[in-house]
Design a protein. Sequence first.
Length: 329
Amino acid sequence: MTHYFYGEDTYFTTANTLRSHTGEEKQAYLLGCQGPDPFESLQLAPRLHEYKRLGLKLQTDQIEECLANFKGSLAYLSDHERPTGRAYVAGYIAHFELDSRVDPFIGAWQQQLCDAGIEGLDERDARVVKAEVERDLDEMVLYTKTGKTVDSFHPVQCLEASDRIFSIVNRMYRYMLLKTYNEVTPHNLFSGAINAHRTMMRMMRSPHVTDLQSELASAFEINILHRRHSLYRAMAHRARKEATSEFDNSKHEVWINPYTGSIDEASFWDLFYETQGEVQTDLNCFLSQDFNAEKAKLITHGLDFDGKPTQESKKDEDTEAEPEKVAAE
């Protein structure tokens, strides 16, 4: 939901940059704002299950090439389809911008809580802790932006799209995945991922801790799967009427980026709004005629979706440092 409302905030500026304001293009943009996340739900799609690994690949591997090949895919759309395809990629870039800045913030909370010496909580519970933090922030964003909770706003609303949008974006992914990873994929892979993600959202809808669905899922995880904590309960949004979160860092306390070691004091809302100014710059870069994987580094800054420096950027740093090392010797 946070990505959806981030897209709502940034759409007006994006539409002006793209010079298009149709309802279909806005819908494509908001869908793009979900980034590659829906691919993580392909485990729920029996016929597409084998492609679930692409979710992690898209998040961490050859991101600049993905963006360059998304741009290349636009050439194979009709003139009437191209604005919608371009709007989708604009949203995808907006997802990257928010993810790469906020994920280190969430990672800092995850590390801090796992290392806090709380009984029954350590690094083995990192996934559940991360889910708790993200869920709490999601609830805060929803209530702040709409005054609603998941009692009246179903997260699946963030995944609305027409069959025409699916047709366009399916083809774009097929081209991009082939060119980037040499992966030949089904023609309906993207729409299949969205449908699986919708199913996941419906399964995870349990606004109240006492809901039978929540209690059964939690009991199954702990008693049958022998998990220390319920991931379902950590992920399922609560009907929480609060415009704050324990994890919003509104007091601007110091936190350490777990991936770079840099020190920061930014709050969640600082990161949420500061990154919005970058989206237009990113789009201008993407829309330039000479856009390619190398130029895409101006968008990624050598980071993946988690905000971690990629292996390629580390190699570049090592290459740049080599002449200095030789000079010193």
